[in-house]
Design a protein around this ligand. Structure first.
Ligand SMILES: *Cc1c(COP(=O)(O)O)cnc(C)c1O
Length: 400
């Protein structure tokens, strides 16, 4: 966290009220992928605020809501017929995906994974794995949520994707029963849980099992979506076509907006008025989202994310034995810190490195079930100079 209040920010830096500048490897948690106050976003928001700020889409509709839905339908993987709906936050999108899956299947159970993070509302706390700080003393939690083991190559003895999927499916079949499962919900790369990239083959195998058992496969792409990992959506890296996808964060260029997109027959199953909300798809946020999508396209930010991955891998390739792994995709990269000689997590060093970076003018975030993962989420528009300087600070911090 920046220790002083922010005055202004751009595509790769934050400046506080005293004029001190930080290089931004956080993007407000993967939100400002197109940069802070990105020119097209600013212009679109200004123009929309002057026209109208709110009607509630269900009371008096407007074209930009439909346009954002059309973009979601076009950009998300899956060649089948789709529908989309808009909400305000990631947690709200996840809640709605579960509502849709339960309604469409008539089944109760939702399967989630170890290390998962899906939000902080009551249902999404139940879906989230980690107690502190997300769940502790906030229960009781929503029922019919079941947790399966995740593919976590560093910590599961190097199971292959197929083996890890078999292990998860065994748990689901024994403890829940395939015919009771409404939805299998998973982050294609886990975010708050530690930037865990499952072994190749894991996601396709879980998706195939869901399909074969009549369960809805939901990809939570709230952190991974909108070019962050070098593709529009991370599911594309393994050619997975989720039945439903939840999006938020990078979608709105800094304004709060979220969405659910997916199979028309699932989305259409819900009765009219069953989904919605006062502010969902607010016109100012829709204008920002359309401008963010345009920016990602015009600046080819998928390619930019891939270049950022190459730069991070280059700068962090030769680290000490306390760095167990450098992993991630695109501009969603992390290192996991352990005590040398094993895989015992080292949250103390992780916090110390993060603080050293901060003191030297680089904003990084930690994450992970064990608090021992340092993650890098620069804006996709960050300049080579800021990226290089940030990586230099990081290397120095890891050496001290
Ligand atoms: C951030 C996040 C959420 C929750 O989004 P909010 O907008 O904070 O409610 C859900 N799932 C994932 C994967 C996230 O990274």
């Amino acid at each position: 966290m920046v220790s002083a209040y922010v005055d202004h920010a751009a595509g790769g830096t934050l400046t506080d009220v005293d004029g001190r500048e930080w290089i931004d490897f956080a993007s407000g948690i993967a939100v400002t992928s197109v940069g802070n106050s990105a020119p097209r976003v600013v212009e679109a928001v200004r123009a929309q605020v002057e026209r109208f700020t709110h009607t509630c889409f269900m009371v008096a509709p407007y074209e930009s809501y439909v346009a954002v839905c059309e973009q979601l339908i076009a950009l998300t993987p899956g060649s089948f017929e789709k529908r989309a709906a808009l909400f305000n936050s990631g947690a709200e999108a996840v809640e709605n995906a579960v509502k849709i899956a339960r309604h469409a299947t008539g089944r109760p159970a939702v399967v989630v994974f170890d290390h998962a993070y899906h939000g902080r509302t009551n249902l999404t706390m139940a879906l989230t794995a980690k107690n502190m700080p997300y769940k502790h003393r906030f229960g009781p939690f929503a029922p019919e949520v079941y947790r399966a083991p995740m593919s976590y190559p560093l910590r599961d003895g190097g199971l292959s994707g197929a083996e890890a999927a078999r292990r998860a499916i065994d748990v689901i079949e024994k403890q829940v029963g395939g015919s009771n499962v409404a939805a299998v919900l998973i982050e294609p790369i886990q975010g708050e849980g530690g930037f865990v990239v499952p072994a190749p083959g894991f996601l396709p195998a879980i998706a195939a099992w869901a399909r074969a058992n009549g369960a809805v496969f939901v990809a939570d792409e709230i952190q991974t979506g909108f070019a962050r990992t070098g593709q529009w959506f991370a599911s594309e890296h393994e050619a997975v076509e989720p039945d439903l996808i939840t999006t938020a964060k990078g979608m709105g260029g800094g304004l709060p907006i979220a969405g659910v997109a997916g199979r028309a027959e699932l989305m259409d199953a819900v009765h009219a008025g069953g989904l919605g909300g006062t502010y969902g798809g607010n016109p100012v946020a829709c204008a920002a989202a359309l401008a963010a999508v345009e920016t990602i396209r015009e600046l080819d930010l998928c390619a930019a994310a891939q270049r950022i991955e190459t730069a991070i891998r280059g700068a962090l390739s030769d680290l000490d034995p306390g760095v167990a792994e450098l992993r991630g995709r695109g501009a969603m990269m992390a290192i996991e810190l352990v005590l040398p000689g094993g895989t015992e997590p080292d949250p103390t060093r992780t916090a110390a490195v993060s603080k050293t970076c901060h003191d030297a003018g680089l904003l990084t975030l930690t994450c992970g079930t064990y608090g021992n993962v340092l993650r890098f989420l620069p804006p996709l528009v960050i300049s080579d100079e800021h990226l290089g300087r940030g990586l230099g600070i990081l290397r120095d911090a890891l050496r001290t």
